[in-house]
Design a protein around this ligand. Structure first.
Ligand SMILES: Nc1ncnc2c1ncn2[C@@H]1O[C@H](COP(=O)(O)OP(=O)(O)O)[C@@H](O)[C@H]1O
Ligand SMILES: [Mg+2]
Length: 378
Protein backbone atom coordinates (compact mmCIF):
# COMPACT_ATOMS: atom_id res chain seq x y z
CA UNK A 1 0.00 0.00 0.00
CA UNK A 2 1.24 3.46 -0.91
CA UNK A 3 -0.07 6.53 0.89
CA UNK A 4 0.44 10.21 0.19
CA UNK A 5 -0.31 12.21 3.32
CA UNK A 6 -0.63 15.99 2.93
CA UNK A 7 2.06 16.03 0.28
CA UNK A 8 2.92 19.47 -1.04
CA UNK A 9 5.68 20.42 -3.45
CA UNK A 10 6.82 23.96 -4.04
CA UNK A 11 9.59 25.07 -6.35
CA UNK A 12 10.51 28.64 -5.52
CA UNK A 13 7.21 30.44 -5.16
CA UNK A 14 5.43 28.02 -7.49
CA UNK A 15 3.19 25.33 -6.03
CA UNK A 16 3.57 22.14 -8.07
CA UNK A 17 1.51 19.86 -5.80
CA UNK A 18 -1.00 21.07 -3.25
CA UNK A 19 -1.82 18.87 -0.27
CA UNK A 20 -2.10 15.51 -2.00
CA UNK A 21 -3.79 12.72 -0.03
CA UNK A 22 -4.01 9.45 -1.86
CA UNK A 23 -4.15 5.79 -0.86
CA UNK A 24 -3.13 3.19 -3.42
CA UNK A 25 -4.14 -0.29 -2.35
CA UNK A 26 -1.72 -3.18 -2.62
CA UNK A 27 -2.05 -5.17 -5.87
CA UNK A 28 -4.16 -2.53 -7.57
CA UNK A 29 -3.48 -0.60 -10.75
CA UNK A 30 -4.05 3.12 -10.31
CA UNK A 31 -3.91 5.46 -13.28
CA UNK A 32 -2.97 9.08 -12.70
CA UNK A 33 -4.34 11.25 -15.48
CA UNK A 34 -4.46 14.96 -16.19
CA UNK A 35 -3.33 17.53 -18.69
CA UNK A 36 0.30 18.41 -19.24
CA UNK A 37 1.96 20.14 -16.30
CA UNK A 38 -0.65 19.14 -13.68
CA UNK A 39 1.94 17.29 -11.59
CA UNK A 40 1.69 13.64 -12.65
CA UNK A 41 5.39 13.00 -13.16
CA UNK A 42 6.25 14.93 -10.01
CA UNK A 43 3.87 12.71 -7.98
CA UNK A 44 5.32 9.56 -9.48
CA UNK A 45 8.94 10.57 -8.93
CA UNK A 46 8.23 11.22 -5.27
CA UNK A 47 7.47 7.55 -4.75
CA UNK A 48 11.00 6.48 -5.69
CA UNK A 49 12.51 9.58 -4.09
CA UNK A 50 13.66 11.21 -7.32
CA UNK A 51 11.82 14.24 -5.95
CA UNK A 52 11.31 15.08 -2.24
CA UNK A 53 8.13 16.71 -0.96
CA UNK A 54 8.36 20.20 0.51
CA UNK A 55 6.02 18.99 3.23
CA UNK A 56 4.00 15.88 3.96
CA UNK A 57 5.10 12.26 3.75
CA UNK A 58 4.71 9.21 1.54
CA UNK A 59 4.32 5.82 3.22
CA UNK A 60 4.93 2.41 1.68
CA UNK A 61 3.35 -0.35 3.74
CA UNK A 62 3.10 2.14 6.62
CA UNK A 63 6.82 3.04 6.50
CA UNK A 64 7.67 6.69 5.80
CA UNK A 65 9.89 6.59 2.71
CA UNK A 66 11.99 9.52 3.96
CA UNK A 67 13.35 7.06 6.53
CA UNK A 68 14.06 4.31 3.99
CA UNK A 69 17.37 3.70 2.25
CA UNK A 70 17.03 5.23 -1.22
CA UNK A 71 18.97 2.57 -3.12
CA UNK A 72 17.09 -0.27 -1.41
CA UNK A 73 13.79 1.50 -2.05
CA UNK A 74 14.50 1.95 -5.78
CA UNK A 75 15.57 -1.66 -6.22
CA UNK A 76 12.16 -2.68 -4.99
CA UNK A 77 10.37 -0.41 -7.46
CA UNK A 78 10.16 -0.98 -11.21
CA UNK A 79 10.21 2.22 -13.24
CA UNK A 80 9.14 2.47 -16.88
CA UNK A 81 9.38 5.75 -18.77
CA UNK A 82 8.50 6.84 -22.28
CA UNK A 83 11.79 6.09 -23.95
CA UNK A 84 12.44 2.90 -22.01
CA UNK A 85 15.87 3.91 -20.71
CA UNK A 86 17.30 0.57 -21.86
CA UNK A 87 21.09 0.45 -21.79
CA UNK A 88 22.14 0.52 -25.45
CA UNK A 89 25.40 -1.38 -24.93
CA UNK A 90 23.72 -4.27 -23.11
CA UNK A 91 21.80 -7.12 -24.71
CA UNK A 92 18.11 -7.59 -23.97
CA UNK A 93 19.05 -10.44 -21.61
CA UNK A 94 21.47 -8.19 -19.70
CA UNK A 95 19.01 -5.31 -19.58
CA UNK A 96 16.26 -7.45 -18.07
CA UNK A 97 18.44 -9.35 -15.61
CA UNK A 98 20.55 -6.41 -14.44
CA UNK A 99 18.60 -5.49 -11.31
CA UNK A 100 17.82 -9.08 -10.22
CA UNK A 101 21.54 -9.85 -10.51
CA UNK A 102 22.48 -6.77 -8.51
CA UNK A 103 20.08 -7.89 -5.80
CA UNK A 104 21.85 -11.28 -5.56
CA UNK A 105 18.75 -12.92 -4.09
CA UNK A 106 18.11 -15.44 -6.85
CA UNK A 107 20.45 -17.92 -8.51
CA UNK A 108 21.69 -17.25 -12.05
CA UNK A 109 19.52 -20.11 -13.31
CA UNK A 110 16.41 -18.73 -11.66
CA UNK A 111 17.05 -15.30 -13.15
CA UNK A 112 17.67 -16.75 -16.62
CA UNK A 113 14.46 -18.72 -16.54
CA UNK A 114 12.48 -15.74 -15.31
CA UNK A 115 13.96 -13.54 -18.03
CA UNK A 116 12.73 -16.09 -20.57
CA UNK A 117 9.24 -16.17 -19.07
CA UNK A 118 8.97 -12.40 -18.94
CA UNK A 119 9.97 -12.03 -22.56
CA UNK A 120 7.23 -14.47 -23.50
CA UNK A 121 4.76 -12.58 -21.31
CA UNK A 122 5.38 -9.37 -23.24
CA UNK A 123 4.93 -11.24 -26.50
CA UNK A 124 8.52 -11.63 -27.73
CA UNK A 125 10.30 -14.90 -28.46
CA UNK A 126 13.32 -15.38 -26.15
CA UNK A 127 15.35 -17.29 -28.77
CA UNK A 128 15.02 -14.42 -31.19
CA UNK A 129 15.51 -11.44 -28.91
CA UNK A 130 17.58 -12.27 -25.82
CA UNK A 131 20.93 -11.65 -27.47
CA UNK A 132 19.94 -8.62 -29.50
CA UNK A 133 20.75 -5.03 -28.56
CA UNK A 134 18.03 -2.41 -27.99
CA UNK A 135 19.08 -0.57 -31.16
CA UNK A 136 18.08 -3.62 -33.23
CA UNK A 137 14.48 -3.48 -31.96
CA UNK A 138 11.54 -1.30 -33.01
CA UNK A 139 10.15 1.30 -30.60
CA UNK A 140 7.27 -0.96 -29.64
CA UNK A 141 9.57 -3.92 -29.01
CA UNK A 142 11.88 -1.77 -26.88
CA UNK A 143 8.91 -0.65 -24.83
CA UNK A 144 7.92 -4.29 -24.30
CA UNK A 145 11.43 -4.91 -22.95
CA UNK A 146 11.03 -1.88 -20.68
CA UNK A 147 7.87 -3.45 -19.25
CA UNK A 148 9.53 -6.88 -18.88
CA UNK A 149 12.46 -5.27 -17.09
CA UNK A 150 10.20 -3.50 -14.61
CA UNK A 151 8.47 -6.78 -13.78
CA UNK A 152 11.81 -8.65 -13.52
CA UNK A 153 12.88 -7.00 -10.29
CA UNK A 154 10.22 -8.84 -8.31
CA UNK A 155 9.29 -5.35 -7.33
CA UNK A 156 6.06 -5.07 -5.47
CA UNK A 157 5.58 -1.62 -6.98
CA UNK A 158 5.86 -0.54 -10.60
CA UNK A 159 5.80 3.09 -11.70
CA UNK A 160 4.98 3.76 -15.33
CA UNK A 161 5.19 7.31 -16.70
CA UNK A 162 3.37 7.55 -20.04
CA UNK A 163 5.14 4.36 -21.12
CA UNK A 164 3.15 3.89 -24.29
CA UNK A 165 2.66 7.51 -25.37
CA UNK A 166 5.21 7.52 -28.16
CA UNK A 167 3.88 4.35 -29.81
CA UNK A 168 1.58 3.98 -32.79
CA UNK A 169 -2.06 3.19 -31.86
CA UNK A 170 -1.90 -0.52 -32.76
CA UNK A 171 1.31 -1.26 -30.86
CA UNK A 172 0.01 0.82 -28.02
CA UNK A 173 -3.23 -1.06 -27.83
CA UNK A 174 -1.49 -4.44 -27.87
CA UNK A 175 0.90 -3.35 -25.11
CA UNK A 176 -2.09 -2.25 -23.03
CA UNK A 177 -3.51 -5.74 -23.46
CA UNK A 178 -0.16 -7.32 -22.45
CA UNK A 179 0.07 -5.13 -19.38
CA UNK A 180 -3.51 -5.88 -18.42
CA UNK A 181 -3.06 -9.64 -18.65
CA UNK A 182 0.32 -9.52 -16.88
CA UNK A 183 -1.36 -7.68 -14.05
CA UNK A 184 -4.11 -10.32 -13.86
CA UNK A 185 -1.36 -12.88 -13.36
CA UNK A 186 1.23 -11.01 -11.27
CA UNK A 187 -0.86 -8.61 -9.13
CA UNK A 188 1.67 -5.84 -8.67
CA UNK A 189 0.92 -2.43 -7.26
CA UNK A 190 1.11 -0.30 -10.38
CA UNK A 191 0.90 3.44 -10.75
CA UNK A 192 0.47 4.33 -14.38
CA UNK A 193 0.56 7.90 -15.68
CA UNK A 194 -1.17 8.85 -18.90
CA UNK A 195 -3.06 11.74 -20.46
CA UNK A 196 -5.32 9.40 -22.42
CA UNK A 197 -8.73 8.59 -20.94
CA UNK A 198 -9.25 5.51 -23.16
CA UNK A 199 -6.03 4.06 -21.80
CA UNK A 200 -7.05 4.90 -18.23
CA UNK A 201 -10.44 3.21 -18.57
CA UNK A 202 -8.89 0.15 -20.18
CA UNK A 203 -6.29 -0.40 -17.45
CA UNK A 204 -7.31 1.15 -14.16
CA UNK A 205 -8.81 -0.32 -11.03
CA UNK A 206 -9.00 3.31 -9.93
CA UNK A 207 -8.36 6.56 -11.75
CA UNK A 208 -6.90 9.64 -10.09
CA UNK A 209 -7.71 12.76 -12.12
CA UNK A 210 -5.40 15.67 -11.35
CA UNK A 211 -5.86 19.35 -12.06
CA UNK A 212 -3.25 22.02 -11.41
CA UNK A 213 -1.40 20.14 -8.70
CA UNK A 214 -4.50 18.87 -6.92
CA UNK A 215 -6.58 15.69 -7.02
CA UNK A 216 -9.88 16.43 -8.73
CA UNK A 217 -11.42 12.96 -8.33
CA UNK A 218 -10.15 9.53 -7.29
CA UNK A 219 -12.51 6.64 -7.93
CA UNK A 220 -13.20 3.58 -10.08
CA UNK A 221 -13.59 4.21 -13.83
CA UNK A 222 -17.25 3.26 -13.54
CA UNK A 223 -17.99 5.76 -10.76
CA UNK A 224 -16.08 8.56 -12.45
CA UNK A 225 -18.00 8.06 -15.68
CA UNK A 226 -21.34 7.80 -13.91
CA UNK A 227 -20.82 10.45 -11.23
CA UNK A 228 -18.24 13.00 -12.32
CA UNK A 229 -17.47 15.08 -9.20
CA UNK A 230 -17.70 18.48 -10.89
CA UNK A 231 -17.71 20.36 -14.21
CA UNK A 232 -13.96 20.05 -14.59
CA UNK A 233 -14.24 16.24 -14.53
CA UNK A 234 -17.23 16.31 -16.88
CA UNK A 235 -15.29 18.38 -19.39
CA UNK A 236 -12.21 16.27 -18.92
CA UNK A 237 -13.88 12.93 -19.60
CA UNK A 238 -16.18 14.40 -22.23
CA UNK A 239 -19.95 14.77 -21.95
CA UNK A 240 -21.93 11.51 -22.04
CA UNK A 241 -18.70 9.60 -21.92
CA UNK A 242 -20.45 6.67 -20.26
CA UNK A 243 -22.15 5.98 -23.61
CA UNK A 244 -18.80 5.13 -25.15
CA UNK A 245 -18.50 2.40 -22.54
CA UNK A 246 -22.00 0.90 -22.32
CA UNK A 247 -20.59 -2.03 -20.36
CA UNK A 248 -20.67 0.33 -17.37
CA UNK A 249 -24.43 0.78 -17.67
CA UNK A 250 -25.87 -1.97 -15.49
CA UNK A 251 -29.33 -3.51 -15.10
CA UNK A 252 -29.60 -1.90 -11.66
CA UNK A 253 -29.11 1.55 -13.25
CA UNK A 254 -31.97 1.20 -15.71
CA UNK A 255 -34.49 -1.09 -14.01
CA UNK A 256 -37.85 -0.17 -12.51
CA UNK A 257 -37.24 -0.77 -8.83
CA UNK A 258 -40.83 -1.58 -7.86
CA UNK A 259 -42.04 -4.27 -10.26
CA UNK A 260 -45.48 -5.73 -9.63
CA UNK A 261 -45.07 -9.14 -8.01
CA UNK A 262 -47.49 -11.56 -6.37
CA UNK A 263 -47.48 -14.82 -4.45
CA UNK A 264 -48.15 -18.06 -6.31
CA UNK A 265 -51.06 -18.80 -3.99
CA UNK A 266 -53.11 -16.00 -5.56
CA UNK A 267 -55.91 -17.19 -7.84
CA UNK A 268 -56.72 -16.07 -11.35
CA UNK A 269 -59.50 -13.70 -10.35
CA UNK A 270 -57.17 -11.86 -7.97
CA UNK A 271 -54.41 -11.79 -10.57
CA UNK A 272 -56.71 -10.12 -13.08
CA UNK A 273 -57.62 -7.44 -10.52
CA UNK A 274 -53.97 -6.79 -9.70
CA UNK A 275 -53.13 -6.48 -13.38
CA UNK A 276 -55.99 -4.04 -13.92
CA UNK A 277 -55.03 -1.84 -10.99
CA UNK A 278 -51.36 -1.74 -12.01
CA UNK A 279 -52.02 -1.56 -15.75
CA UNK A 280 -49.69 -4.45 -16.55
CA UNK A 281 -50.22 -7.56 -18.65
CA UNK A 282 -47.98 -9.92 -16.72
CA UNK A 283 -47.09 -10.60 -13.11
CA UNK A 284 -43.84 -11.74 -11.58
CA UNK A 285 -44.32 -14.46 -9.02
CA UNK A 286 -42.15 -14.58 -5.91
CA UNK A 287 -42.01 -16.87 -2.89
CA UNK A 288 -42.17 -15.71 0.74
CA UNK A 289 -38.59 -14.46 0.73
CA UNK A 290 -39.01 -12.53 -2.54
CA UNK A 291 -37.17 -15.09 -4.68
CA UNK A 292 -38.38 -15.01 -8.28
CA UNK A 293 -40.06 -18.34 -9.03
CA UNK A 294 -42.30 -17.70 -12.02
CA UNK A 295 -44.34 -15.50 -14.28
CA UNK A 296 -47.93 -15.36 -15.55
CA UNK A 297 -49.15 -13.37 -18.50
CA UNK A 298 -52.65 -12.25 -19.36
CA UNK A 299 -52.55 -14.83 -22.14
CA UNK A 300 -51.87 -17.70 -19.69
CA UNK A 301 -54.76 -16.49 -17.56
CA UNK A 302 -57.23 -16.21 -20.41
CA UNK A 303 -56.47 -19.78 -21.41
CA UNK A 304 -57.69 -21.00 -18.04
CA UNK A 305 -61.43 -20.79 -17.33
CA UNK A 306 -61.63 -21.74 -13.65
CA UNK A 307 -61.25 -18.46 -11.81
CA UNK A 308 -60.18 -20.13 -8.54
CA UNK A 309 -57.20 -21.80 -10.13
CA UNK A 310 -54.02 -20.85 -8.23
CA UNK A 311 -51.28 -19.16 -10.17
CA UNK A 312 -48.79 -21.86 -9.13
CA UNK A 313 -50.71 -24.29 -11.38
CA UNK A 314 -50.46 -22.19 -14.51
CA UNK A 315 -47.34 -20.09 -14.10
CA UNK A 316 -44.27 -20.39 -16.30
CA UNK A 317 -41.39 -21.68 -14.17
CA UNK A 318 -38.48 -20.94 -16.40
CA UNK A 319 -38.32 -17.18 -16.32
CA UNK A 320 -35.51 -15.51 -18.20
CA UNK A 321 -33.80 -12.98 -15.94
CA UNK A 322 -30.63 -10.92 -15.63
CA UNK A 323 -28.46 -10.05 -12.64
CA UNK A 324 -28.23 -6.50 -11.28
CA UNK A 325 -24.68 -6.19 -12.58
CA UNK A 326 -25.38 -7.43 -16.10
CA UNK A 327 -24.83 -4.59 -18.53
CA UNK A 328 -27.10 -2.96 -21.04
CA UNK A 329 -25.48 -4.85 -23.94
CA UNK A 330 -26.27 -8.25 -22.36
CA UNK A 331 -29.83 -7.09 -21.76
CA UNK A 332 -30.45 -5.78 -25.27
CA UNK A 333 -29.07 -9.00 -26.68
CA UNK A 334 -31.42 -11.15 -24.55
CA UNK A 335 -34.44 -8.98 -25.28
CA UNK A 336 -33.72 -9.17 -28.99
CA UNK A 337 -32.82 -12.83 -29.27
CA UNK A 338 -35.87 -13.93 -27.25
CA UNK A 339 -38.19 -11.29 -28.67
CA UNK A 340 -39.45 -10.32 -25.22
CA UNK A 341 -40.73 -6.97 -23.99
CA UNK A 342 -39.30 -7.01 -20.49
CA UNK A 343 -36.87 -8.91 -18.32
CA UNK A 344 -36.81 -9.31 -14.51
CA UNK A 345 -33.65 -8.35 -12.65
CA UNK A 346 -32.49 -10.50 -9.75
CA UNK A 347 -29.80 -10.26 -7.08
CA UNK A 348 -26.95 -12.78 -6.90
CA UNK A 349 -29.09 -14.88 -4.54
CA UNK A 350 -32.14 -14.81 -6.84
CA UNK A 351 -34.22 -12.20 -5.02
CA UNK A 352 -36.33 -10.06 -7.30
CA UNK A 353 -34.71 -6.63 -7.57
CA UNK A 354 -36.47 -4.95 -10.47
CA UNK A 355 -37.67 -5.09 -14.01
CA UNK A 356 -36.23 -3.77 -17.25
CA UNK A 357 -38.91 -3.05 -19.83
CA UNK A 358 -38.65 -1.77 -23.34
CA UNK A 359 -39.94 1.60 -22.17
CA UNK A 360 -37.46 1.85 -19.30
CA UNK A 361 -34.74 1.11 -21.85
CA UNK A 362 -36.03 3.78 -24.20
CA UNK A 363 -36.15 6.41 -21.49
CA UNK A 364 -32.56 5.64 -20.52
CA UNK A 365 -31.35 5.57 -24.10
CA UNK A 366 -33.05 8.85 -24.91
CA UNK A 367 -31.03 10.58 -22.19
CA UNK A 368 -28.13 10.24 -24.53
CA UNK A 369 -29.82 12.50 -27.06
CA UNK A 370 -31.96 14.81 -24.93
CA UNK A 371 -30.57 17.35 -22.54
CA UNK A 372 -32.80 16.30 -19.64
CA UNK A 373 -31.48 18.96 -17.29
CA UNK A 374 -32.55 21.73 -19.64
CA UNK A 375 -35.97 20.13 -20.12
CA UNK A 376 -36.61 19.92 -16.38
CA UNK A 377 -35.68 23.58 -15.90
CA UNK A 378 -38.38 24.77 -18.24
N1 LIG B 1 12.54 21.58 -11.80
C1 LIG B 1 11.44 22.32 -11.98
N2 LIG B 1 11.45 23.65 -11.78
C2 LIG B 1 10.33 24.39 -11.93
N3 LIG B 1 9.15 23.91 -12.30
C3 LIG B 1 9.08 22.58 -12.52
C4 LIG B 1 10.20 21.71 -12.37
N4 LIG B 1 9.80 20.47 -12.65
C5 LIG B 1 8.51 20.55 -12.96
N5 LIG B 1 8.07 21.81 -12.90
C6 LIG B 1 6.70 22.29 -13.14
O1 LIG B 1 5.84 21.52 -12.35
C7 LIG B 1 4.62 21.29 -12.97
C8 LIG B 1 4.30 19.81 -12.96
O2 LIG B 1 5.23 19.10 -13.78
P1 LIG B 1 5.08 17.55 -14.09
O3 LIG B 1 4.90 16.82 -12.81
O4 LIG B 1 6.21 17.15 -14.94
O5 LIG B 1 3.72 17.53 -14.91
P2 LIG B 1 3.06 16.38 -15.81
O6 LIG B 1 3.87 15.16 -15.67
O7 LIG B 1 1.68 16.26 -15.27
O8 LIG B 1 3.03 16.92 -17.20
C9 LIG B 1 4.74 21.88 -14.37
O9 LIG B 1 4.13 23.14 -14.36
C10 LIG B 1 6.24 22.02 -14.55
O10 LIG B 1 6.52 23.10 -15.40
MG1 LIG C 1 4.91 14.02 -17.11
Amino acid sequence: MIEFKNVTKKIGSKTILENINLTIEKNSLVVIIGSSGCGKTTSLKMINKLITPTSGEIYINNMPISKMNTIELRRGIGYVIQNTGLFPHMTIRENISLIPELKKIETKEAIASKTNDLLKLVGLSPEEYLDKYPGELSGGQQQRIGVARAFATDAEIILMDEPFSALDPITRSSLQEELFSMQQELHKTIIFVTHDMEEAIKLADKICIMNKGEIAQFDTPENILKNPANDFIKDFIGANRVWNTPEFIKAKDIMIKTPVSVSSSRNILQAIEIMKINKVDSLLIVDKSNILIGLVTLKDIKRSTAKETKLEEIMEHNVLSVYEDDNILNILELINSHAIGYIPVITKDNHLAGLVTRSSLISVLSEQFLDTEELSNE
